[in-house]
Design a protein around this ligand. Structure first.
Ligand code: AMP
Ligand code: ZN
Length: 285
């Protein structure tokens, strides 16, 4: 590692540490489960939380998406072994009875839900359930500044800022015994910096995006923000910081609503039947 890289690594690590401390993301007595996909972001989160002295274990869902999933699983296993981290792997077929590609292909024919939305809903449901069963007190994900700025703008464009209510470095507007608090230690880190960090550290990760990912809107927003960033390097941070400033108000309003449990699977939900069960019903129909 050359001197410049050493300076970069030090700065990056202290920024992440600062996010964790400023937003009180975790305490040393927490048992943190890191949802690890095999990509650079979640691998970086896992590495840093461990390096900072937190109690961490990793959780990976094998989505059974052919070669892509096989490579991710191999990388995740290699990384956890090398870093002496306990890894829990769950297969999507054992959890919901199908591969994710099958669910997506059926549900897309019958509803307007996008591929990434379907996958995201199911993943969040499984990850929360497993984290709770493993008695984790926090659940960490690899969401970064770019993801968050794009999502804020997308939700804004849908005319529904309250869709972003659960965003922020710590999610979960309502405390509930069935809901494990989610934390995002890379909330203020730019994607390009995470990539650089991961490359310097030589993490065994795939740098390509998921082969299914294609959201035309997100793609356009990503490109536009990258372009604008060349003129103003703070643009993504400004979007996120402005959002956080008004989010408090949105959350106060939302807190009046109650989290209930899905009548089918018993998981926390805002509706009588949770989105995962609605998707699985569509598949079975
Ligand atoms: P994404 O929605 O693909 O941007 O992923 C968001 C976060 O979810 C990642 O940073 C990971 O923390 C987690 N994640 C994504 N895929 C998986 C997976 N297959 N297993 C466990 N966690 C995952
Ligand atoms: Zn359900």
């Amino acid at each position: 590692m050359n001197n410049q890289d050493k300076i970069f690594i030090k700065k990056f690590e202290s920024q992440v540490k600062n996010t964790i401390e400023k937003y009180k993301l975790a305490k040393k007595k927490d048992k943190i489960l890191v949802a690890i996909s095999g990509g650079k972001d979640s691998t970086t989160v896992l590495y840093l939380l461990k390096k900072f002295g937190y109690k961490v274990e990793a959780l990976h869902i094998n989505l059974l998406m052919g070669d892509w999933s096989k490579k991710n699983l191999k990388n995740v296993k290699e990384f956890c072994k090398a870093n002496n981290i306990k890894l829990h792997v769950f297969s999507i077929r054992n959890e919901i009875g199908y591969s994710i590609c099958y669910v997506k292909s059926i549900v897309q024919q019958k509803t307007k839900l996008k591929q990434c939305t379907i996958c995201g809903i199911i993943r969040r449901n499984i990850i929360n359930k497993k984290a709770r069963e493993l008695k984790a007190t926090k659940l960490a994900t690899g969401h970064n500044l770019d993801d968050e700025a794009q999502t804020i703008i997308m939700n804004w464009m849908k005319g529904n800022p309250s869709l972003s209510i659960n965003m922020g470095p710590v999610t979960g507007t309502i405390q509930d015994k069935k809901f494990v608090t989610r934390i995002k230690p890379l909330y203020f880190q730019k994607e390009k910096d995470i990539r650089k960090y991961s490359e310097i550290m030589k993490f065994p990760v795939l740098y390509q995006r998921c082969p299914c990912v294609f959201s035309a809107t997100r793609h356009e927003i990503r490109n536009k923000l990258d372009e604008l960033e060349k003129k103003d390097s703070n643009i993504k941070e400004n979007i996120v910081k402005n959002f956080l400033a008004i989010q408090k108000k949105l959350r106060e309003k939302e807190q009046k609503g109650k989290l209930i449990y899905c009548q089918v699977c018993g998981e926390p939900s805002r509706n009588k039947i949770c989105n995962t069960c609605k998707i699985l019903r569509t598949v079975k129909k």
